[in-house]
Unconditional design. Structure first.
Length: 161
């Protein structure tokens, strides 16, 4: 149910955002504008890759089953060798959040009228997302809660990613 096959296509050769463990690329999926979060594994030891893959699948399965207005919708996963690499890379596909994350959004709009109201909405939505996760069975804890993982919707609300 999670594996997307070749339905997801990266739209650019360069990421729109780079993190410590992954790169975010714009992508097309079933005719819509999405993002692919590509995890960098490199040429790691087999044991590490196996352990990482199990953790990746556990996290992907959790996110796939979430059903909340306050968590980022998740379409599935892929695994393929991207251009210029000799090894497979794992990726997750989600909707494109044009406002990126809370930190980027607030840096960009902090001086605009009404931003304080948006800040309260972002905080409230993030808290509701955490409440949803903490009420899941089995229990779910967000392991990297920070402003970069609170994504801002087109309407100025927030979802956890």
């Amino acid at each position: 149910k999670l594996l997307l096959g070749r339905q997801c296509v990266l739209d650019a050769k360069f990421p729109i955002k780079t993190g410590i463990t992954c790169d975010i690329y714009t992508a097309s999926f079933l005719g819509g504008e999405k993002v692919a979060k590509v995890f960098r594994l490199g040429m790691a030891e087999r044991e590490y890759v196996e352990s990482y893959s199990k953790r990746f699948m556990r996290i992907a399965s959790l996110w796939y089953d979430f059903c909340s207005d306050y968590t980022l919708p998740f379409h599935g996963i892929g695994m393929e060798a991207f251009e210029g690499t000799e090894h497979f890379q794992l990726y997750m596909v989600s909707p494109l959040m044009k406002n990126f994350n809370a930190m980027t959004y607030l840096r960009k709009y902090r001086k605009n009228v009404g931003t304080r109201k948006n800040i309260l909405r972002i905080i409230t939505d993030a808290a509701l997302g955490l409440q949803y996760l903490h009420n899941c069975r089995p229990y779910v804890a967000h392991s990297d809660m920070k402003g970069d993982n609170i994504l801002t919707t087109d309407s100025g609300g927030a979802v956890l990613g």
